[in-house]
Design a protein around this ligand. Sequence first.
Ligand SMILES: [Zn+2]
Length: 652
Amino acid sequence: MIPRDTINTIIETARVEEVVGDFVTLRKRGVNMIGLCPFHNEKTPSFTVSPAKGIYKCFGCGKAGNSINFVMEHEHYTYPEALKFLAKKYNVEIEEEEQTPEQIKELNEKESLFAVSAFAQKFFSDQLFNSEEGKSIGLSYFKNRDLREHTIEQFQLGYSPNSWDAFTKHALKNGFNLEYLVKAGLTIDKNGNQFDRFSGRVIFPIHNLSGRVIGFGGRILKSEEKKAKYVNSPESDIYSKSQVLYGIYYAKNAIIKKDNCYLVEGYTDVTSLFQAGFENVVASSGTSLTTDQIRLIKRYTPNITILYDGDEAGLKASFRGIDMILEQGMNVKVVMFPEGEDPDSYVRSHRSIEVEEFLASNSKDFIQFKTNILLKDAKKDPVKRAGLIKEIVQSIALIPDQIIRSVYVRECSVMMEMAEQTLMNELNKNLRKRFKQSSQQYQPDQVLETPELPAEKQLSVSYNDTEYQEKDVIRLLLNFGQAEIEFEEVDENKQKTKIPFKVANYIVSDLIGDEIKFSNTSFQKIFDEFVEFVSKEAIPDEKFFINHTSRNVSSTAIDLLTSPYELSDKWQIVANIEVLTEADQLKNAVVHSLLSFKAKKIDQLIAESQQTIKKAEEEERYEEIQDLIKRQQELKTISQDINKQLGRVITR
Ligand SMILES: [Zn+2]
């Protein structure tokens, strides 16, 4: 855990213009700086950095944040990784919160496992290149598979001698602790006798994201029936199969550049494709694909292309993997290799340009792929076809994006020669079921930002949408919270006095009094923070929200702070009659904004009550209807009153 104070020091020290400036050429424009956005392709710069606010924002693609967010986005770091990166670069000492003895022990254990794994990798590589056995068995195996020496060195491939305990002995002699040799899975300890786990195998080291060796895969060369063809390191404190992809360390930059990731099955598929220039390739070796592995890829690209060898049984098993990828909101394509070929063999027997053409012309989206395979099975059997439709629609229902879903439904209806509506109905059934399941685990923090509506559309949005009005109130709070506005008060002697209010205090007390809630949770959170501050007679500045620990709050704040409120435009009509001071304009804006928000909320209540009355009428609950209509009348009176006040603000 990095303490909040240290995070603040990092934010203050790592100036946003410097951090961004390392990656983007910035020019000065007014108080801001501007450059070409590194997150989307553009020819005219719309990427703006505000040194004063400590933020960047792209007006083209909408990416925005502070210096930490920039490093996370640009370098694909997690939050703590980005903090550590910046701390190191700007010489900020990170005092991690005090660690318990258990944590220290755990850290030391991990370092010991890393050390023994690195030592083993060097031993295996040395054996491969420098021992007679390694050269004649291991190296010749790799060379027979057309791997060049450079590739072998790059992937740190190796060879473990065919002996009981050559490695274990060597490691013990070099001062390594048997405990860690066993924990790292390199040595098997049976009743006090020690054996090398990988003896007589060629070795594929498995690296984590920063390139450290965390485990090994070993392939046997002689065909011994009793022994497994592949052996992998067991799980350890540094190696968790389900969270690692073979080759990710070497592939990550190419995955970003190509905006696609090839997913294969074996180690040699990875090394062969990589050597042939297809560097954006990883394997989920040792396990079937897991959600963690998919998320790992998603850090770099939303696009996955799965490469399959043409083995029928394996294909159907692959459906589950495809569904998991769809569920993560990623795009899946599938390439099937001709029968008897796998990616490794295909790459070795074809030139790179041919491989490239093959991949391009054979990559199918998952609907085509799944439908083709299942259709082959079902043929004309109507029962089987019905089952097939269900299965495909189930996959489509997993896609989080509604637009993409409807595209797939259309495509599926063409392929299956079926009415789109039939598929839609089936899809909706699935979605309802999923909604019921997921509503039980609903996380209120994950509210999607709705785009701001242009003025003419505001009138036509549905009655239950108060987003625009909510946004307006929060925008005023963030931009003008500390500004002062004055209200006239008339006492019993008809003496007028002007009473000053801070905008934040005025808005907070006005909304708290009426117990009004925001439906957008980020807005509510920002409002709640203001309530808290106001009660302590303080008002937070914009930096507090820009650097807020909740990413939803900070990006909402940045959005509202960077599309400034046009006071003068809004009050032009008034200004035509008489010139208003800026404070008066602001006061009008605040009062108007609060009234609009309330008016909209009341409209919502009226619409809801209309529904209730209608339902009561249908169910002939006449005795209740009287009360309901009375309540409806009250609401309408309030609404009229608010609208009258609104009219007064505008015409003054
Ligand atoms: Zn952009």
